[in-house]
Write a protein that binds this ligand. Structure first.
Ligand code: HDE
Length: 689
């Protein structure tokens, strides 16, 4: 496909990074090798255990059997307490412009420097084996392997969070996870304890708006934004600091699935988002994300009507623009899911000189939690030695021993200060690259309290609501209704309706419809502010890598191969779906390989549908009753649908937005282009309203 619009740095896209080279030392290829035990002993038999007689008991002496079984018995490690289900890939990051004026971070100085990265995307609430397409926040964690050590940007696909203080995180997670008495429901917020938490913790209101929006149903990991959420600090060479918020902007734009589709996908392809990422990288359609920063001076801290330390607040992009400073490209799939994606250990406290923290109370708590959790998850304090976690920068210190220690530290010295080793390893002063914490002045009494400036829980929830298009608003209302419909306790449903009246009374009234609740009595937020950047309607729209189901049978007409070539030229993926696998032959003898039988394919697996022309082809398709449902379902999910000539007999509507029909003798090129435009538009919402 044509990647020219997106991959300006094609030279780097297939080059091995320093991290790739480091990992190669640990990579083993068993292909063509002899079978051995873990002690390197070549074995002669791997199917039959050692027995006293062919029908006798297995002998303790069979060390190969015992080793094989013991290893197997211990294959699992605890899954992450949150973000258990994830998917990762390797890549690299490169700057567009030097950020020298703002930060001394080495990887943000020079546009020619290529920094290796590993990214892990995740859902939050579900277990490791849960479905990809559930309604949930997505994790977006990036490890930059910089020359100065690892920098982890451990973000989400939503810019705010449910709670303001880390003290409340275990409570929030307990509420959203399956209920403890029966471990139901899996990977769902649609249950009593989650909504009871929301009803009693009003600081969640803004994040709940995001969670009920289509942002929780990403079409692809490649099509979602990423946010650092907290306010961090950039510190430059002179020691001057700026507050900074981090953003990832997907080159393909931010796009979502629809709710009905996600529920079906959870059964049809629980790995939908994983597969999409894997396939994209595998076929050279490398996912790309631009890196953006919002910055404000230290002296501007109190210039806003929100507290910049409050993680339930955004900095509206219209007030503080996002400056795009670089791009990340993901260009290599993992060799081994467990070794890489499962064992990677992120931590917001992994920083480099030039990047520092703020007193955001959620961030402060995270700085404790992440190392702590790895201790039990990865079995001890040496998880930094696991290949995927190793920095490419050298590691020298006096930390020693512990479970699974791999490094063989030489010599008698393991303490500082020392005379024997000339007082090495030695600290390096900040002027020469040693990390120095920002010397922020702090004063105050020890209190367990929250600043009054954190107490506005509704204005930005209203800002979000006000910024939505009518379609997005309707989806939010439906999401609330679905979720609350699953809540058994009536009083919780009522509390939520009353709570969201503080955000917007129209929103609360609409939620209330059909829930058996009393419509809200209060009048709603006074805020009428909006931020166009929050609406996904204003995102980038491209047809690239969209997947089209091509419904065709034997006897398809000549326009089809022509249009397929045109779509492929535009970077669109086309897959033929037919009653039977194998090859189908067109009217003029051309052949097409069938990728899916109708039995194994479903419209939810595709972004658009194209029905071939030809009376024979259409009648063959109609031998499978399912074909009509296939097209109808795509229509109901607002997807672009195109048909060539007789193919239109399969469409549920002859015309309308996102329906493209090629009449006989029409120039197929014009038809193809109209379909490409319809695919780029993603969905055709006028079908709802
Ligand atoms: Fe996390 N979070 N989190 N989180 N988080 C974890 O660390 C935690 C928060 C995020 O792909 C855990 O290694 C606390 C916000 C991602 O491996 C754990 C608080 C944001 C991932 C943990 C938060 C995140 C995690 C579980 C509130 C967006 C997956 C396993 C104070 C900015 C990383 C692990 C991966 C994972 C704690 C809130 C993002 C338990 C205490 C806000 C993307 O340490």
């Amino acid at each position: 496909m044509d990647n020219s619009n997106s991959n300006s740095n094609a030279n780097n896209s297939n080059k091995k990074t320093s991290k790739d080279q480091q990992l190669e030392q640990f990579t083993v290829d068993n292909d063509g090798k002899n079978l051995t035990t873990n002690q390197g002993l070549t074995v002669s038999e791997d199917e039959h255990s050692l027995k006293a007689g062919e029908r006798g008991p297995t002998l303790m002496e069979d060390f190969h059997f015992r080793e094989k079984m013991t290893h197997f018995d211990h294959e699992r490690i605890p899954e992450r307490i949150v973000h258990a289900r994830g998917f990762g890939a390797h890549g690299y990051f490169q700057l567009y412009e030097s950020m020298k004026d703002y930060t001394k971070a080495k990887f943000l100085q020079d546009p020619s420097v290529v920094t290796p990265v590993f990214v892990r995307f995740s859902t939050v609430a579900g277990s490791r084996g849960s479905a990809d397409t559930v309604r949930d926040v997505r994790g977006f964690a990036t490890k930059f392997y910089t020359e100065e050590g690892n920098y982890d940007l451990v973000g989400n696909n939503m810019p705010v969070f449910f709670v303001q203080d880390a003290m409340k995180f275990p409570d929030f997670v307990h509420a959203v996870k399956p209920e403890p008495h029966n471990e139901i429901p899996q990977a769902q917020s649609a249950h009593d304890t989650f909504w009871d938490f929301v009803a009693n913790n009003t600081e969640s209101a803004h994040m709940v708006m995001w969670a009920m929006s289509d942002r929780s149903l990403p079409r692809s990991f490649r099509m979602m934004e990423g946010f650092g959420v907290h306010t961090f600090r950039f510190v430059n060479e002179e020691g001057k600091a700026h507050f900074v918020k981090f953003h990832w902007k997907p080159v393909l734009g931010t796009h979502s699935l629809v709710w009905d589709e996600t529920q079906k996908l959870a059964g049809k392809d629980p790995d939908f988002n994983r597969r999409d990422l894997w396939d994209a990288i595998d076929t050279g359609n490398y996912p790309e994300f631009e890196f953006g920063v919002q910055m404000i001076g230290e002296d501007e801290e109190f210039n806003f009507d929100f507290d910049i330390l409050d993680p339930t607040k955004i900095w509206p992009e219209e007030i503080i623009p996002v400056r795009i400073i670089g791009k990340m490209t993901l260009n290599r799939n993992t060799d081994n899911f467990f070794a890489e994606t499962e064992q990677i250990a992120f931590h917001p406290g992994h920083v480099v000189p030039g990047i520092d923290f703020t007193n955001d109370p959620l961030l402060q708590g995270r700085l404790f939690s992440y190392t702590d959790t790895q201790l039990s998850r990865l079995g001890g304090p040496n998880f930094h030695e696991i290949p995927i976690n190793r920095p490419i920068a050298p590691v020298h210190n006096n930390q020693r021993d512990g479970m699974h220690r791999m490094t063989i530290n030489k010599g008698p010295v393991s303490y500082h200060k020392n005379g024997i080793a000339g007082n090495t390893p030695k600290p390096v002063p900040a002027e020469r690259g040693g990390y120095e914490h920002y010397t922020e002045k702090v004063e105050g009494r020890k209190v367990q309290a929250r600043s009054d400036s954190f107490k506005d829980h509704f204005s930005q929830a209203a800002l979000f609501w006000n910024s939505m298009s009518e379609v997005e608003k309707q989806h939010i209302v439906s999401a609330f209704q679905f979720e609350l419909g699953k809540v058994q306790r009536k009083e919780i449903r009522q509390q939520i309706v009353d709570l969201f009246a503080n955000v917007d009374s129209e929103l609360a009234t609409r939620i209330s419809e059909g829930l058996g609740t009393i419509p809200p009595q209060t009048s709603g937020s006074a805020s009428k502010d909006s931020s166009p950047a929050l609406s996904m309607m204003n995102t980038v729209k491209l047809p690239l890598t969209r997947k089209v189901a091509v419904l065709a049978g034997n006897g398809f007409t000549d326009e089809l191969p022509f249009v397929l070539a045109q779509l492929q030229q535009a970077g669109i993926i086309t897959e033929v779906v037919s009653p039977k696998l194998g090859v189908i032959t067109g009217k003029s003898g051309g052949e097409l390989e069938v990728k899916h039988s109708l039995l194994g394919a479903d419209s939810v697996l595709f972004d658009a549908v194209l029905v071939a022309g030809g009376a024979l082809s259409v009648s063959e398709l109609l031998t499978e009753q399912k074909v009509l449902d296939f097209v109808k379902e795509a229509y109901q999910h607002f997807k672009p649908i195109a048909a060539i000539a007789e193919g239109m007999n399969l469409l549920p509507a002859a015309s309308g937005e996102g329906i493209v029909v090629a009449q006989e003798n029409e120039d197929p090129k014009l038809f193809g282009q109209a379909f490409i435009d319809a695919i780029a538009a993603h969905r055709h919402w006028s079908r709802t309203i």
